[in-house]
Design a protein around this ligand. Structure first.
Ligand code: F6R
Ligand code: MG
Ligand code: MG
Length: 363
């Protein structure tokens, strides 16, 4: 049987430069050195290190399967070493996503975001890795639905015999920690009842009807893990492409519309998700607007051939312009909903203190 390869994307905000806007080059170099050592020792097959805003992104291939302790420890140790350097440079919020003092077997629940999938490499294995900053994991619900279930986005669902039967969605109820499996097109309306509520139900994975993995996202909710504000989750997503799966162009197409996501300033606002080249993923205006980057790789015997920076394309100029226009419109609401998130979703609040103070003055 052909050997399976695992693609693991593990990320954390271990310190921002400057403020929460981007990452320091020395941090990226440190992470590259550590993963190069791990590659030389044969722990991983290949790796690519990048950043989306203030998030350090470790993209790794190996043969150890998902949730592997050695791989998670490698990521954790890399984040810890980078945090050490971030502290020396007094970068902003150094170590902000490392919520535990010591590694306990799996980085899930310890702060970092994780998306991993295991598969047998096809004759050619194109994948897209999406990485977001200043947004919550629900940001992928809209594009994942469009990619795998909307024929107005993905013509392959209609005219490609190998895609015509549709796809199966795994939806995670992040508040109750339960999973649902829903098939499209048969259960499309049921699926939409759930995933339209991006703060509660998050698409965790998408499969072909025969069970082959097609996409997987990170669904950690830092605020729920820590029980207090620790930043928005800035999620990642892996999507496999072509030959019975959506084409690269069908996978990128939903991002031509900069849909509203929660995040932005203080993790407490709705704003447009702006698709940008990696070099432009440095959110500045009002700490945003939220960004998404898309790196494409061909995987060959576990080697990451690439990346191609897929939003580095004038075809996405209009989406960026539109995002700026929507950003202006949303910003004009100032502290009012629906720019500011509803009370229960805000990551920062002064409401209890204010209510207490004004209730003392109540007549
Ligand atoms: C949002 C984010 C930033 C910060 C903001 C305030 O995810 O990271 O918008 O919330 O810059 O940061 P602090 O409270 O650290 O000064
Ligand atoms: Mg930060
Ligand atoms: Mg971030």
């Amino acid at each position: 049987m052909a050997e399976k390869i695992t693609l693991s994307v593990i990320k954390a905000d271990i310190g921002g430069y400057v403020g929460h806007s981007s990452s320091h080059p020395q941090i990226l170099d440190k992470a590259k050195d550590l993963l190069a050592e791990a590659k030389a020792k044969g722990i991983i097959v290949d790796f690519y290190v990048t950043n989306c805003g203030d998030d350090l992104e470790l993209i790794m291939t190996h043969t150890k399967g998902v949730d592997n302790q050695e791989i998670h420890k490698l990521a954790w140790d890399t984040f810890v070493a980078c945090t050490q350097l971030a502290k020396e440079l007094k970068l902003y919020g150094a170590g902000q996503d490392l919520l535990a003092d010591a590694f306990s077997g799996n980085v899930k629940g310890m702060g970092p975001g994780v998306a991993e999938m295991e598969f047998v490499e096809r004759k050619s294995e194109p994948v897209v890795i999406f990485m977001g900053d200043k947004c919550a994991p629900g940001a992928w619900n809209f594009p994942l639905f469009k990619i795998f279930a909307d024929p107005f986005n993905t013509i392959g669902l209609i005219i490609d015999p190998t895609m015509h039967e549709g796809f199966k969605f795994e939806v995670h109820d992040i508040k109750k920690d339960e999973n649902f499996f829903l098939s499209c097109p048969e259960e499309m309306y049921d699926l939409l009842v759930l995933i339209g509520s991006c703060e509660n139900y998050i698409i965790k994975a998408v499969y072909k009807k025969d069970g082959e993995i097609a996409a997987v996202s990170s669904t950690q909710k830092l605020a729920l893990i820590a029980g207090r504000y620790v930043g928005k989750d800035d999620p990642v997503l892996i999507v496999r492409a072509q030959a019975g799966l959506p084409a690269i162009g069908e996978i990128l197409e939903p991002f031509a519309f900069p849909h509203l996501v929660s995040g932005w300033m203080r993790g407490s606002h709705y704003g447009p998700l702006m698709p940008v080249a990696q070099r432009e993923a440095n959110p500045s205006r009002f700490d945003g607007p939220p960004r998404v980057i898309a790196l494409g790789f061909q995987i060959a015997q576990g080697m990451l051939i690439g990346p191609r920076d897929l939003f580095d394309d004038p075809a996405f100029d209009y989406a960026r312009k539109e995002a700026n226009r929507i950003a202006n419109f949303m910003r004009a609401h100032g502290p009012f909903e629906p720019h500011r998130l509803p009370l229960e979703e805000m990551e920062y609040t002064t409401l209890p203190e204010v209510l207490k103070r004004i209730s003392e003055k109540r007549k």
